[in-house]
Design a protein around this ligand. Structure first.
Ligand code: FPP
Length: 246
């Protein structure tokens, strides 16, 4: 029986976050430049977005470019930004056809002007869609996001709009870039690395973590189904005992 036939469609995670890792190593293994890996990584993005939509996943959040990634060689950074633009242009019709709503989180002002503009235009165009919300984390740092939220709250306290005693977890969450989204139930990282790398630190407090040896350009819909099946076999206790949960 294939993986998809074993998935309980009533218990598919609402939100799946992915750390797409291993593009460089994949390319190197083939004797190619790192950029070749990123280009092939886009094919995995396409497959996984479609598969997530087919399963009724509501939110898919992809770690596309971290704040730390700006420190990579200039040539690679430029190539990724250009790839982002060309991918948006190529895929926008498909996003519309598949009812996908595009979204982005991160310090987007740091993106090159053309990239930022095209991204905003694609987000605007797909805002009418009601299916999967595809969020690209771009120039993203979770610690930066948390500091940003703290500053927002302090500003509200200073202006008298908010009382210090009234600040709670929900209010803090409402000031993160992911405001309005449910927290991910499942976080997938490819390429055999066991790290979180400054990704959605607040939001994954209770997420199930799934690590696979597969490099991102090799990760396809079957691999997503396998990760979801693994998630469905786990017991999510949220600090309670097994007996309480069952
Ligand atoms: C991690 O692999 C991948 C990235 C930093 C870039 C991810 C970008 C894409 C998949 C392409 C663009 C995506 C969209 C949505 C248009 P790595 O380079 O860190 O690999 P390594 O660890 O093997 O060096």
């Amino acid at each position: 029986m294939s993986y998809i036939d074993q998935i309980d469609l009533q218990r598919v995670p609402r939100h799946i976050a992915v750390i797409m890792d291993g593009n460089g190593r994949w390319a190197k293994g083939k004797g190619k430049l790192r950029v070749f890996g990123h280009h092939n990584g886009v094919l995995s993005v396409r497959d996984v977005v479609e598969a997530a939509g087919d399963l009724g996943v509501e939110y898919l959040t992809l770690y596309t470019f971290s704040a730390e990634n700006w420190n990579r060689p200039k040539l690679e950074v430029t190539a990724i930004m250009e790839l982002l633009i060309s991918t948006l242009n190529k895929e926008i019709a498909k996003l519309m056809k598949n009812n996908v709503r595009l979204n982005a989180i991160g310090d987007l002002d740091k993106l090159p002007g053309k990239c930022h503009r095209e991204l905003e235009a694609a987000i605007e165009k797909t805002s009418v869609n009601t299916g999967l919300t595809l969020t690209l984390a771009l120039s993203y740092s979770s610690r930066e996001e948390i500091v940003h939220a703290a500053k927002e709250l302090v500003a509200k306290v200073q202006s008298g709009e908010l009382q210090l005693e009234d600040i709670n977890e929900q209010m803090f969450e409402d000031n993160l870039y992911t405001s309005g989204m449910p927290n991910p139930e499942l976080l997938i990282r490819t390429s055999g690395e066991y790290r979180i790398s400054n990704y959605l630190l607040w939001q994954i407090a209770y997420a199930e973590l799934y690590f696979t040896q597969k490099l991102w350009p090799d990760f396809r819909r079957e691999d997503l189904f396998e990760a979801i099946l693994d998630y469905q076999k786990r017991e999510r206790r949220f600090g309670k005992t097994s007996e309480q949960v069952n």
